[in-house]
Design a protein around this ligand. Structure first.
Ligand code: SF4
Length: 198
C-alpha cells in the first residue's frame, strides 16, 4: 500500500497533468477572478478524503480565529445541506475569492466556462475536458482506495472525528460505520472503489 505522504504528493501530479492537458481548451474561458458562480450556485462540491486531508492541514495552519470561522462555516453548510437548503461554499470569502485556492479540490479545478454564467446559462465546457475530468476523478479515487468521497463539508466533518481519522490514516476500511454516519445525517458518502475492484 502506498504511504499517505506519497499519495498526497501524487495528488499534485494528477492535478498538474489534468491542467496541462486541459490548458488548450481553457484558453477561451470566460472565468475571471471575482466570478464565483461555481462556488455559490454549485451543487455538490465533491472531494475525496485524501483531498480533505490536504484541506484539513490548511485549516490547522490558520490562526485560531480563522479556524473557528471556517469550522463554523463548514458546520453551517453541513446543516443546510442536510435540510436540502441552498448553501454557498464555506471557503468562499467576502471578496469572492477562494480561501484555499492553491489547494482547491479537483471538482473546482475541472470546471470552467466559455461564457459568463448565470442562472439561465450554466457553465459550458468542452466534452473532451469533461471526459478528461472523468478519468482524473477515477484516478484520484483509485489513489485514495481506502477512502471515501462526498460533499466537502461532509468529508471534512468525518475527518475531524478522531476515530475516523485514525482509522483512515491507518488504512482501515470501515464502510459500515461511514454509511451509518451518512444515514443519520441524511447525507451521501461514497466508497471510492468498490470491493470488486480492489
Ligand atoms: S473550494 Fe474554493 S473554488 Fe471550490 S467551490 Fe469553494 S470557494 Fe469555490
Amino acid at each position: 500500500m502506498m504511504c499517505m505522504y506519497r499519495k498526497l504528493d501524487k495528488i499534485k501530479d494528477i492535478y498538474k497533468r489534468f491542467e496541462t492537458e486541459a490548458a488548450a481548451y481553457k484558453e477561451n474561458a470566460a472565468c475571471r477572478k471575482g466570478c464565483a458562480y461555481c462556488c455559490t450556485d454549485a451543487g455538490s462540491i465533491d472531494i475525496t478524503t485524501l483531498e480533505g486531508l490536504v484541506i484539513l492541514e490548511k485549516i490547522r495552519s490558520l490562526l485560531r480565529p480563522q479556524q473557528v470561522k471556517v469550522n463554523k462555516a463548514l458546520a453551517g453548510d453541513l446543516k443546510k445541506r442536510e435540510k436540502g437548503q441552498h448553501s454557498v461554499c464555506p471557503f468562499l470569502m467576502k471578496n469572492k475569492a477562494c480561501m484555499i485556492y492553491e489547494i482547491r479540490p479537483f471538482s473546482c479545478r475541472r470546471i470552467y466556462s466559455v461564457h459568463v454564467c448565470n442562472q439561465d446559462n450554466p457553465p459550458k465546457l468542452s466534452r473532451k475536458v469533461m471526459k478528461m475530468a472523468e478519468n482524473t476523478i477515477r484516478e484520484l479515487q483509485t489513489l485514495d482506495d481506502t477512502g471515501y468521497s462526498g460533499h466537502i463539508s461532509y468529508i471534512m466533518h468525518m475527518l475531524k472525528a478522531p476515530k475516523f481519522l485514525s482509522n483512515y490514516l491507518a488504512g482501515e476500511h470501515k464502510p459500515g460505520d461511514v454509511m451509518a454516519f451518512g444515514k443519520t445525517h441524511n447525507i451521501v458518502i461514497n466508497l471510492n472503489i468498490s470491493d470488486s475492484l480492489k
